[in-house]
Write a protein that binds this ligand. Structure first.
Ligand code: GLC
Length: 393
């Protein structure tokens, strides 16, 4: 473990950028900018090595927050002509990513209990989560929507195949899909209204419910009791809706909103397991999820594949279409801990750590061979350090 920690720390230091008043960790390789959920995940690891850097990385994330509360999924420090031309915006993208920043802030606060840090982050967080539960929940059903596959973080997932007829979105399609957003000058309400892609995901909304609980805890810590109560009520509403509306009888799935109607997307991916993070998951639902995990996702040597091997589109080498990712395992393990399923969690921790020890900190891995794929020296794969430090076993 010690040498794993040492190599993780060395990698994070190598990918660290500190200049012009911002601090962040590059995801690695070709990814040069600050990405939203990457930075939250980096902070979860940085807190063990250099908690001050973790705070600066989270603060930098909010540098381009807008008045509406919106926080971009990519921040360019600094922007270039290419980023400006691509996005049609000065310094950031106009999309979001999975809303895991409240838990990252709380986790960083746990080390050293810096109340000043908490005090400076709270208004930013409050604005961001208010934006999600209002603007991004345009149909007011307590589930927020993503308007582009990039927002989910699972760019090429088989979940999106129904939109693109078969093989998942091509780079060209992903680029084409941001053009209507440029046409409305990235006005978030207009984007939701116009998007051909409007998806309420089981993973995104489980993470939202979980993060609203952390936000409530932060408000409580700052003696803002009324706000703490309101965030908790919102968390419970999101949780209830995920458990009732995104359950298809067998597993949790995403839901697509088209012209006011709701349609379930029945693809077998680990998205199904994110509601394990929810404390009110029903026993019958939990049992079905554990069976699904055992029967389809734990059958490969290096789980969890991002598509079930029983899906016809499963591809053990393709980006988000069957390959194993450390951050997906991370949240499923946290969920198994919430559900006190320690034995399965431990098995998954061991396999995740084993895969990283064998193949290094890669972007993703082949679930059949454990071979590392994609970018080398990928920062969020150091999450195994946080898993080992947190493990209750
Ligand atoms: C890719 C991934 C996304 C990640 C980004 C930076 O776009 O799909 O989840 O945040 O790279 O690592």
């Amino acid at each position: 473990m010690e040498s794993l920690e040492r190599t993780a720390h060395t990698l994070l230091r190598k990918n660290r950028v500190e200049a012009r008043g911002v601090a962040y960790t590059r995801p690695g390789g070709k990814y040069l900018w600050q990405w939203f959920w990457d930075s939250c995940l980096h902070a979860l690891v940085w807190r063990h090595f250099d908690v001050e850097f973790a705070k600066r990385e989270l603060l930098s994330l909010f540098r381009h927050q807008e008045e509406s509360g919106f926080v971009p999924h990519m921040s360019f420090h600094p922007a270039s002509l290419i980023t400006r031309l691509f996005w049609g915006r000065p310094s950031s993208s106009g999309l979001i990513q999975p809303p895991i920043v409240a838990e990252a802030v709380w986790a960083v606060y746990e080390i050293g209990q810096d109340r000043e840090f908490l005090r400076s982050m709270y208004p930013r967080l409050a604005q961001f989560y208010s934006f999600l539960v209002s603007v991004r929940d345009a149909d007011h059903d307590h589930l927020f929507s993503y308007v582009h596959p990039w927002e989910s973080g699972w760019d090429q997932s088989i979940q999106w195949d129904f939109v693109f007829g078969g093989r998942g979105p091509s780079r060209f399609n992903l680029w084409r899909m941001i053009q209507p957003f440029r046409a409305v000058s990235w006005d978030q309400r207009a984007m939701i209204a116009r998007s051909e892609f409007n998806i309420e995901t089981a993973d995104g909304n489980s993470l939202l419910a979980r993060n609203l609980i952390f936000l409530s805890r932060i408000a409580q810590e700052l003696a803002r009791n009324d706000e703490a109560g309101a965030w908790l009520a919102e968390a419970e509403a999101v949780e209830r809706t995920v458990l009732e509306e995104l359950w298809d009888g067998e597993m949790f799935v995403d839901r697509c909103v088209i012209r006011g109607g709701h349609y379930l997307i029945r693809k077998r991916t680990p998205v199904a397991f994110f509601p394990l993070l929810l404390p009110r998951l029903r026993p019958a639902q939990k049992q079905k999820l554990l069976s699904l995990m055992a029967d389809e996702f734990l059958t490969v040597p290096w789980p969890l594949p991002t598509a079930s091997p029983r899906e016809s589109a499963f591809d053990p080498n393709a980006y988000w279409r069957g390959t194993t990712w450390v951050n997906v395992n991370y949240f499923v393990i946290l969920g198994l801990w919430v559900q006190t399923e320690h034995q399965i969690a431990q098995e998954l921790v061991q396999k995740t750590v084993g895969m990283v020890e064998r193949s290094g900190f890669r972007e993703y891995y082949n679930p059949l061979t454990g071979r590392g794929l994609g970018v080398r020296g990928f920062s969020w794969s150091t999450l195994v350090v946080d898993l080992l430090r947190r493990s209750p076993c």
